[in-house]
Design a binder for this molecule. Structure first.
Ligand SMILES: [Zn+2]
Length: 73
């Protein structure tokens, strides 16, 4: 099956990704990400994961604060 990048529409051709590609008549295609767009997607995922872990870090630290207050009291 021929893989097409669903972001930039380049077509995988061996180890190369071509912007211009002539499809054969009965060519079966599948959509995915070319290495360039995959890197972009992964970078965005890592960024959003950093946001999530930053939010997650707030919750336990506020929990520690309340337990410290309990110890002090
Ligand atoms: Zn792409």
């Amino acid at each position: 099956m021929t893989k097409i990048c669903c972001v930039c529409q380049r077509v995988e051709n061996g180890s190369h990704w071509k912007e211009e590609y002539e499809f054969a008549e009965n060519e079966r295609v599948t959509h995915g990400y070319c290495p360039l767009c995959f890197d972009v997607i992964m970078a965005e995922l890592m960024e959003s994961r950093d946001d999530l872990s930053a939010e997650a870090r707030v919750v336990p630290s506020s929990g520690q604060d309340s337990s410290q207050q309990t110890l002090c009291a």
